[in-house]
Write a protein that binds this ligand. Structure first.
Ligand code: FAD
Length: 289
């Protein structure tokens, strides 16, 4: 491993200053579950590593404010999975957080790090897309916010400019009843990155939001407004046709050691139909008086 300078700023402003000063020669360290491996393997060779864990403004916290649940940048998967508000409003995010790595990994891995790492296989990306999550970003010009859908760019790439870091992920509390489900395909049980990640959300207005990853350079979100997918009485064949259309954009890697493109495409359809059905079953329905 190449030697680097290690810094531990106390404020976001100081971290931004350091990031801006060093540009691409700096790397942020949150839980380190991705970064430390990249450093050890020599895939990243920064001159400076900026540890975010002593920054008070980023300390682990999940708060409700102005119709949003705000998850600070240092909050780890374990805390997300155990939070009752996240369980209530964003159960599919919980389902994704509890399958990340192992107990030990989940106790270190942050939600912000999962998305900032830019992995096409990041488990939390599809639920964040379905739930319309927003990334709060601090930088030399102050704060800005953007949808996770715009933030994810491609493998290892997110829409952060020089000097910027993520301070929080903000999830709008759904205004209408919603049913959602997360599922994934792995080669084996236990610690393994997913060959497919998929989340489906259905709301009371019949809108279906479906996001999938690990079958292309980035996780993608598709929205179906006709109401057919969400209709519990629509035929499986009709739904399968719509889902197949939605999966046309999948472009699984030819070189992956995890699964062949044909297998991933076939399983995408299976997982899509299952997650849709589960989401429909979970949608709270008004009962007649
Ligand atoms: C054994 C093992 C198993 C794993 N299994 C899974 C799995 O099943 N599913 C899955 O999705 N992932 C898995 N991972 C990957 C990893 O745990 C996640 O991506 C994790 O969420 C990253 O968060 P972190 O806090 O550890 O990030 P770090 O490693 O600290 O950082 C990751 C990247 O994000 C950047 N970054 C971190 N925080 C910020 C911020 N606030 N602002 C801007 N940039 C930031 C860093 O500079 C770095 O480039 C696994 C990793 C290991 C080692």
């Amino acid at each position: 491993m190449k030697t680097f300078e290690y810094t531990r700023p106390r404020t976001v402003a100081e971290a931004v200053r350091l990031l801006n000063e060093h540009g691409p020669d700096a790397q942020l360290l949150a839980g380190g579950t991705d970064l430390v491996i990249e450093l050890r393997n020599g895939w990243k060779e920064p001159e400076v590593v900026i540890d975010l864990k002593r920054i008070d403004e980023l300390r682990p916290s999940i708060t409700e404010d102005g119709g949003f649940i705000k998850i600070s940048a240092s909050t780890v998967m374990t805390d997300i999975a155990e939070d009752q508000r996240i369980q209530k409003y964003f159960p599919a995010l919980v389902e994704s957080a509890v399958v990340v790595g192992s107990v030990q990994i989940r106790a270190r891995a942050t939600l912000a790090g999962n998305i900032c790492n830019g992995s096409p296989a990041a488990d939390t990306a599809p639920p964040m897309l379905v739930y319309d999550a927003v990334v709060a970003i601090a930088g030399p010009n102050g704060m800005r916010r953007m949808q996770v859908d715009d933030f994810i760019v491609g493998p290892g790439k997110v829409a952060l400019e020089r000097g910027e870091l993520v301070t929080a992920i903000e999830l709008p509390i759904p205004q209408r009843p919603m049913g959602a489900a997360y599922t994934r395909l792995t080669r084996r049980r236990g610690t393994d990155l997913a060959s497919i990640t998929l989340c489906c959300g259905v709301d009371a207005d019949g809108i279906t939001r479906l996001a999938y990853g690990s079958v292309g350079p980035r996780a993608v979100l598709l929205v179906e407004m006709s109401g057919v997918l969400a209709d519990p009485n629509a035929s499986h064949e009709t739904k399968a046709d719509i889902l197949n259309e939605m999966f046309l954009g999948a472009s699984p890697s030819l070189r992956s050691m995890r699964a062949s493109p044909d297998y991933r495409r076939a399983m995408l359809r299976v997982l899509g139909a299952r997650a849709l059905q589960t989401a429909i079953e979970r949608l709270p329905r008004e009962t007649a008086a």
